[in-house]
Design a protein around this ligand. Structure first.
Ligand code: KIV
Length: 319
């Protein structure tokens, strides 16, 4: 397997493990070996670290961040600069996983050259190792690969096409549409795409495409027969505020955990139960007298020189 071995360095944090870096060719090797590819989205340093340290193979800085992080109604509004900003944060938290950045809506829909220029920014300025683009943009994939930009394709329910599709609807529901999708997947693979996300399509179509395609498929709402699976991090941990799609499984309940922690904190503040004395910094013993609110010590406060000997003053200065 073409995995590069490297030792985790001092940055972003001490880690003792020797890690096998996941690369684009490693994904192809995993398909060859029948080894499932695990993938998740991440959008910031903290979640990227958790996802990476849990051994997830591929981290996608998805444009879904427009919705789950930035609160937009759909993914269309997020900009290249915003995606770069989040990709940099994720990059700083990842040692092992392959980092893939989503190209946002509008950044690759015009001239091919413009798409290549925007894609290069994700590798050059943010440390991504591949970009993901939606739709059967075969010519663009060819140009990106020529420009040394590894590409992950994305077919089926492509959220950037929400207005054309008339909503988030399962795609390829007929034999004809399934065959068209399969032809698109082949065209992307032939153009040099390293993997393809299949979203929101029947299990049967995804299974047939996966079996026939030379490159890995990564499914979301596409059934269990893809080479890998991806979920949106916020869906995985129930941190979205809408009813989950059929394919989402909650592996944790961050909403309940966070709500309870936040409410508990508010109550403690309101009842003077936070912070405690043990959670406070303290002056040295001798100097405490100066700040004492004990009325018996008010004379001492008024006459600091008489109370604080030179040793105590020295102790205070060190504090
Ligand atoms: O933006 C995203 O999170 C995605 C995944 C759903 C594949 O494209």
């Amino acid at each position: 397997m073409s995995l590069i071995e490297f030792s985790a360095g001092a940055s972003p944090a001490p880690r003792s493990l020797s890690l096998l870096k996941v690369t684009m060719p490693a994904l192809a090797e995993m398909k060859r070996q029948g080894k499932p590819i695990s993938a998740l989205t991440a959008y910031d340093y903290a979640t990227a670290r958790l996802v990476d340290e849990a051994g997830i193979d591929l981290i996608l800085v998805g444009d879904s961040l427009a919705m789950v992080v930035l609160g937009h109604e759909n993914t269309l509004a997020v900009t290249v600069d915003e995606m770069l900003h989040h990709t940099r944060a994720v990059r700083r938290g990842v040692r092992r996983a392959l980092v893939v950045a989503d190209m946002p809506f509008g950044s690759y829909h015009g001239a091919i050259g413009e798409g290549v220029t925007n894609a290069v920014r994700f590798l050059k300025e943010a440390g991504a190792e591949a970009v993901k683009i939606e739709g059967p943009r075969v010519e663009l994939v060819r140009a990106l690969v020529e420009a040394e930009v590894p590409v992950v394709g994305h077919l089926g329910l492509t959220p950037q096409s929400v207005h054309r599709m008339g909503g988030y609807r399962v795609q390829a529901r007929s034999i004809d549409a399934g065959l068209r999708l399969q032809a698109d997947a082949f065209a992307l693979a032939t153009a040099g795409a390293g993997a393809i996300v299949l979203e929101g399509i029947p299990r049967e179509a995804a299974g047939a495409i996966t079996a026939a395609l030379p490159i890995p498929t990564i499914g979301i709402g596409a059934g269990p027969d893809c080479d890998g699976q991806i979920l949106v991090f916020h869906d995985l941990v129930n941190l979205t505020f809408s009813p989950p799609a059929k394919f989402v499984r909650h592996y944790g309940d961050a909403s309940t955990l966070f709500r309870s922690a936040i409410e508990h904190y508010r109550e403690d503040v309101e009842h003077h139960a936070f912070p405690s004395d043990a959670e406070s910094y303290h002056l040295p013993e001798a100097a405490r007298r100066l700040f004492s609110i004990d009325p018996d010590l008010s004379d001492a406060r008024d006459n600091a020189d008489a109370v604080v000997n030179s040793d105590a003053r020295e102790e205070m200065n060190q504090f």
